[in-house]
Design a protein around this ligand. Structure first.
Ligand SMILES: N[C@@H](CCC(=O)N[C@@H](CS)C(=O)NCC(=O)O)C(=O)O
Length: 216
């Protein structure tokens, strides 16, 4: 069975889902919704996700699944091997909490519709908008670094990747692509660089997707 993923090369939320699909060895095909060209606002796509956002994941014969975290949890329940959550309830809560720092508290402040509102409705100039992005990015990585600095590794929560690593990698790669200086977060960088050596993470990288700019 081939899953149908609606995504976009630069979408960090889709990046999360691609990593999970790869880790679980699932077959999928990605249809790019051009977020820079406004394709997410088309009625045909709103019928798939009324939020006008990617990712959306479709299993043949079923309605679309939306919201990357809900999709990751769904994949974990239906395709439990390899697990992306630890065994104990307390460890699972910790992994989800690490993930939510980026998924719930940070990434939503940076998506195209928010950037568009800052520019078009609030008339903020580009340096001010970039300061917004950098502020929220730094505040997330400060909190993550504090919690990850002492972990034995090589992943956020032990010796295999979890949802926390998936979300950390997506946010860090996004920050690097934006050009932010991430050197103040060595533990985060160490985990991310370790993950990116794995094929499942590397193949999901935004710059390896259709439509991404060619490497300079
Ligand atoms: N919380 C959602 C966020 C989805 C989201 O906002 N995706 C972005 C791309 S990363 C998007 O499609 N944005 C369209 C827009 O803002 O117009 C999730 O995790 O799936």
């Amino acid at each position: 069975m081939t899953l149908h993923l609606y995504g976009f090369w630069r979408s960090l939320a889709t990046f999360r889902v691609r990593i999970a699909l790869n880790l679980k060895g699932l077959d999928y095909r990605e249809q790019m919704i051009d977020l820079f060209g406004g394709d997410q606002h088309e009625a045909s796509f709103r019928a798939i996700n009324p939020m006008g956002a990617v990712p959306a994941l479709v299993e043949p014969g079923h309605p679309p699944l939306t919201q990357s975290m809900a999709i990751l949890e769904y994949l974990e329940e239906v395709y439990p091997d390899p697990p992306l959550l630890p065994a104990s309830a307390r460890a699972r809560a910790h992994v989800r909490a690490l993930a939510m720092i980026t998924v719930a508290d940070t990434h939503p402040l940076m998506v195209p519709r928010v950037r568009g509102y800052l520019a078009d409705v609030l008339s903020l100039d580009e340096p001010t908008r970039n300061a917004w992005l950098e502020h929220w990015s730094r505040s997330a990585f400060l909190a993550l670094e504090q919690q990850l600095a002492g972990v034995p590794g090589p992943f956020c929560a032990g010796s295999s990747p979890t949802i926390a690593d998936i979300c950390l990698v997506a946010q860090m790669v996004g920050a690097r692509l934006t050009g932010f200086d991430m050197s103040a977060f060595p533990a985060c960088n160490r985990i991310v660089d370790h993950c990116l050596q794995l094929d499942a993470f590397a193949r999901a990288h935004p710059l390896r997707q259709r439509g991404a700019p060619a490497p300079k």
